[in-house]
Design a protein around this ligand. Structure first.
Ligand code: NAD
Ligand code: DAU
Length: 343
């Protein structure tokens, strides 16, 4: 099978490509990514070596295309060559969506629509749209099922919810074979150090302050990225067309302050490095999604406990200092690494 992966130079996309090529020796992946600040070809060095340019020509199973999902010409020429699409490409950081919403609406909504239109034109066999638990909005206690109304709070979440609705409309109107997934907070190797866990790990490793928003009472349910890749694989192959699947562990829920203390402890750093800073505007208190549909219908279960995942992640950031230092030292948005909402 030939698959177009969008946003494959980002965190989850690069983990997914490596997972997939290793698991399915007969498959070929084309990775379409415009290499925004979040796209990083260093994430794919091993993939390139094993399956791309480094492999023998007849063994080549991976192609990278530097292009934008909003570019109809590029998108059509690629979609015409594949059987399925796995669509990760997006602006993904909530803080950036608060300071600059425009790019989020453009990429996440119009980019998705450009892909859907091409998928319709070339009669794609399967279109997996990667969405987020944030589209449901915050929930104090309990869990949202896939039929809950969408009440997004940030421009990021609103743009993802809009994309979900467009995807749904292409199923209802054109019978495009789509499936939507909504996952909780991922963590693991290759996550950009603007995000909470890698920001805290790398700041603590450097002996720098780690900025905790508000009182640190907000809660997140974490999933190790490989568990998410397995769920996406299962849903792509066996999920029902036109359906939405929530992906969550539910057992890895923890408050941000507990997570901060745990990270400081695992890195042998004093808790005094954790600094309370001004809260994120509209900060969702908690996400809770019920993944029993995925578990009961498709038999998925997560494998990594929070503890195992964190140990593996810390180990990776320790062994790949050059990878994150290049990003932290080169990125023009470096204010994000010192706490954008610092008082
Ligand atoms: P990321 O920011 O690490 O990667 C996004 C990738 O998309 C980058 O490689 C970037 O260059 C690319 N991209 C952005 N705009 C593009 C455009 N216009 N054209 C082509 N490529 C473009 O994101 P991530 O954390 O890997 O998230 C991937 C997907 O999963 C997103 O759709 C996100 O909404 C969703 N998601 C993420 C999480 C999480 O915890 N990280 C949880 C649930 C859902
Ligand atoms: O829930 C899924 C979502 O998880 C994805 O859709 C998003 O793409 C992804 O970025 C993530 O969104 P969050 O806003 O939950 O993740 P982030 O890592 O930015 O923040 C996690 C929590 O930590 C959140 O409550 C805000 C807090 N935080 C974050 C940063 C960056 C801090 O306290 N300090 C920080 O510096």
């Amino acid at each position: 099978m030939k698959i177009l992966v969008t946003g494959g130079a980002g965190f989850i996309g690069s983990n997914f490509i490596s997972y997939w090529l290793n698991k399915y020796p007969g498959d070929v992946i084309i990775n379409l990514d415009s290499l925004t600040y979040a796209g990083n070809l260093d994430n794919l060095t091993e993939v390139e070596k094993n399956y791309g340019d480094g492999a023998l020509p007849e063994q080549r199973r991976y192609w990278f295309v530097n292009g934008d999902i909003r570019n109809t010409l590029i998108v059509e020429s690629l979609i015409s060559k594949v059987d399925g699409v796995v669509h990760f490409a997006a602006e993904s950081h909530v803080d950036r969506s608060i300071t600059n919403p425009q790019e989020f609406l453009s990429t996440n909504i119009l980019g998705t629509q450009t892909l859907l239109e091409a998928a319709r034109k070339f009669k794609i066999k399967k279109f997996l749209h990667i969405s987020t638990d944030e589209v449901y909005g915050s929930i104090e206690t309990g869990y949202y099922s896939e039929t809950a109304p969408l009440t997004p709070a940030s421009p990021y979440a609103a743009s993802k919810a809009s994309a979900d609705l467009l995807v749904r409309s292409y199923y209802e109107t054109y019978k495009l074979p789509v499936i939507i997934t909504r996952t909780t907070n991922n963590f693991g190797p290759y996550q950009h150090p603007e995000k909470f866990i890698p920001l805290f790990i790398t700041n603590l490793m450097e002996g720098k302050k780690a900025p905790l928003y508000g009182y640190g009472l907000n809660r997140r349910d974490w999933i190790y990225v490989l568990d998410n890749c397995e769920a996406l694989d299962l849903i792509f192959h066996e999920g029902r067309i036109g359906e939405v699947y929530n992906i969550s562990t539910s057992s890895n829920e923890i408050s941000n302050i507990e997570m901060s203390s745990r990270l400081a402890r695992l890195l042998n750093q004093p808790p005094s490095l954790i600094e309370f800073v001004t809260d994120r505007p509209g900060h969702d208190f908690r996400y809770g999604v019920d993944s029993s549909k995925l578990r009961n219908e498709l038999g998925w279960n997560h494998k990594y406990s929070l503890k195992e995942g964190l140990l593996k992640t810390i180990e990776w950031y320790k062994n790949n200092e050059l990878w994150w230092r290049k990003i932290k030292e080169g990125d023009i948005y470096s204010s994000y690494y010192s706490g954008q909402y610092k008082k």
